[in-house]
Design a protein around this ligand. Sequence first.
Ligand SMILES: [Cu+2]
Length: 273
Amino acid sequence: MKRFIALFTLFFSSFAYSEEVGLSENWQLSFQAPATDLMSDVISFHSYILMPIITGISLLVLFLLVYIMVRFNSNRNHVASTTTHNTLIEIIWTVVPVMLLIIIAIPSFRLLYVSETIPKADLTIKAIGAQWYWTYEYPDHGNFSFDANMLQEHELSDPKLRLLETDTQIVVPVNKVVKLQLTSADVLHAWTIPAFAVKMDAVPGRLNETWFKANKEGIYYGQCSELCGPKHAFMPINVKVVSQKEFDEWISFAQDEYASIATDEKNILIASK
Ligand SMILES: [Cu+2]
């Protein structure tokens, strides 16, 4: 009985989402807590439209199977029925699935449209995938750029978020539309933050665009989501969502910090020539 209750709770907890901000948790079945309106809508779509339909279909099929096994087994039916067609049933099993698909398609297309249409952006960030790290540029803020490399296990502090933490983080202000431009320096990568409902391929020689507007401060974690080579699992993504004031402070820090790295690299290049 205990096991049954545990399974039951597990099943229904899949309708809800984790409360941990920006992070998955052990034994989690469903989504991370949403941090954008788009992700909230995706979760509602899953929980209030898809799950009830799927559950209804599964229960109906299960009921029909059990009913047929009990009612029409050979012990109870010595002479098999030879019925082959029933017009009414055929109309029902064609029309009902079509209606269900339409019910699913309308909100699904709406979500697709929202995710594809970029509103007027408050800031632009360019992410460049590379084997096996991400480079970020802030073209609206002095065009500084920096790399984000995964922290090794001995570099992690508590709580140890293995394969998730990077040495630098992109910082964005809360409740602002961020336009994200994506490309790659070598092979296909994909930039993903589950809590934002953002997943976009980074393709060499092509500039993809997507957007997000985070409505909760916190650190959000994601991982490269396109098989890009042996270290595919080792190029995580960190986004730190902060207040506008903290963002402005970070920008002035980053302009000094990362501009000097760029100058150093340039000097090394010049020196090596
Ligand atoms: Cu990758």
